[in-house]
Each structure stands twice: as C-alpha cells, then as structure tokens.
Design a protein around this ligand. Structure first.
Ligand code: NAD
Length: 241
C-alpha cells in the first residue's frame, strides 16, 4: 500500500457517508489525518471511531461560516496544519423549473455552491502557512449538461466549476491547486440503484463510491502536482451512449 499522505491533513465535507466516507477511508489508509465534517453526527462519529486517532469528526454545516472557522481551527490544533480540502457535501432534489421556488433553489445553492465558496475562503490562510495545498470540489456530470427537473442541482454544479477555475487562477501563486471532479451516477443514498436508468453509461452501471473517491484522492495527492484548474469526468463513458 502507498503512503501518499503521510504527514498531510485534510478536511472532507459530507464525509460521514456515501462517496465522502470512501474519500475519508482512502485518505486515512494512505496515512492522512482527516477532519470529517458533516451534519450527520452519529454516522460521522461512528466513522471516526472506526478509523482511530488520526480521524476526527466535527459538525460542519458547510453553509455556516462559523463552523468552517471551527473546522480549520480543529485541524490545526489537533494535527498541526491543513493541506487538503475536499468539498464533497451536496444535496440533490428534482423539480421542474416552472414549479421551482426561490426558497428551494436557494437551499441547493447554499449547500452545493456557497458551501465550497465558504470552505475555500476558510482554508486559504492555513494552506498558505504550509506553503501550498490541494482543493477538490465535487461537481457532477450535471455540471456539463442537464436533465429534466435538475435545474437547481445543475445550476449549482455548473457554477461550482466556475468557482473552481477562479480559485485555481487566484491561488496558483500560493501553490494551492484547485480542481473539480464530475462524477456520473454513483451508488449512494443520493442515487439509489433504480436511478441508473436515468443516466445509462458506456459501462452500463453505476459507479461504486470507491471508484469516484479514487479520482478525488488522486487530485488531492502529489501525483496530480501539475493538474490545476481542471475538470475530471468520471462517468463510465456516458458520451458513448
Ligand atoms: N450519487 C451520485 O450519483 C452523484 C453523482 C454526481 C455527483 N455527486 C456528488 O457527490 C457528492 C457526494 O454525494 P453522495 O452521492 O455521496 O450522496 P450522499 O447523500 O450519500 O452524501 C452527501 C453528504 O453530504 C452531507 N451534507 C448535506 N448537506 C450538508 C451540509 N449543509 N453540510 C455538511 N454536509 C452536508 C450529507 O449529510 C451526506 O453525508 C455530492 O456533492 C453529490 O452532489 C453524486
């Protein structure tokens, strides 16, 4: 097994379950200390308990600026600094545009877009103190196209790519890389097996969350040291039909 993250410290949002959990487990297996941030306290604590002292859970509602400050302070006080941020937390809902409300649209944008924005702002000083870092934003294939009734979700995931590029160009002088991963259909609570029919892929199956977590972890690692400001699609080849 490789130890790509020995001495490194990460914050993973939405890390209590699904793809986020696999990102946490993979980073931890490879020597990373991890702060798991989520609003699912029981699941988050159970995961941290399972992985030992190098993984801690904290309640981190990504829409809350004070929670972000606390999470960064926790990473620094517990593990000595911060090198990696994975903006993985997200929510998903379906609604036709003609039935959408501003209030419900705002809920999606708050978590999926404002959350990563607040996170990036919060981690910059700590990453600069380490002379660099890596930020990975989890967008979606819905950030390259859209599907019926995916307006709010799609808007949030397209905009997250814009945030990724802006952050990448502004933070490159600080040696902080910022990239986006655009998964296709992953088998998690967000997208149960039956949803596979909505997005048939070239490989004709959903992704196991570990398969997309691997892509996120690659971008977080020094293996991706010259990858910056880009989108990595992991969708099993959906353009192949
Ligand atoms: N499942 C898919 O098919 C799919 C496809 C493309 C992209 N994605 C993206 O992958 C990411 C992970 O999703 P998943 O499939 O593991 O779904 P999931 O619902 O299992 O996990 C999402 C996690 O985000 C957390 N979360 C929600 N709101 C939060 C908030 N305000 N603050 C902190 N945490 C919050 C949830 O509690 C949960 O742990 C999301 O950004 C999602 O949009 C998923």
């Amino acid at each position: 097994m490789r130890n790509r993250f020995e001495g490194r410290v990460a914050i993973v949002t939405g890390g209590a379950r699904g793809q986020g959990e696999q990102i946490v487990r993979t980073l931890s297996r490879e020597g990373c200390s991890v702060v798991v941030g989520d609003v699912l306290d029981d699941e988050g604590k159970a995961l941290a308990g399972d992985l030992g002292k190098s993984v801690v859970y904290t309640r981190l509602d990504v829409t809350d600026q004070a929670d972000w400050a606390d999470a960064v302070a926790l990473a620094t006080s517990t593990f000595g600094g911060l090198d990696i941020l994975v903006n993985n937390a997200g929510i998903y809902r379906r609604q036709l545009l003609e039935d959408e409300t501003v209030a419900d649209l705002d809920k999606v944008l708050d978590v999926n877009l404002h959350g990563p924005f607040l996170g990036i702002q919060a981690v910059i000083p700590a990453m600069r103190a380490r002379n660099g870092g890596s930020i990975v934003n989890v967008s979606s294939l819905a950030g390259t196209t859209s599907y019926p009734a995916h307006g709010a979700y799609s808007m949030s995931k397209w905009a997250l790519r814009g945030l990724t590029r802006t952050a990448a160009i502004e933070l490159a002088p600080s040696n902080i890389r910022v990239n986006a991963v655009l998964p296709g259909n992953i088998r998690t609570s967000m997208s149960p097996t039956t949803a596979a029919a909505d997005a048939p892929t070239g490989l004709k199956r959903q992704a196991d969350p570990q398969e997309t977590a691997n892509v996120v972890v690659f971008l977080a690692s020094d293996d991706a040291s010259f990858v910056n400001g880009t989108d990595v699609i992991a969708d099993g080849g959906s353009v192949l039909g």
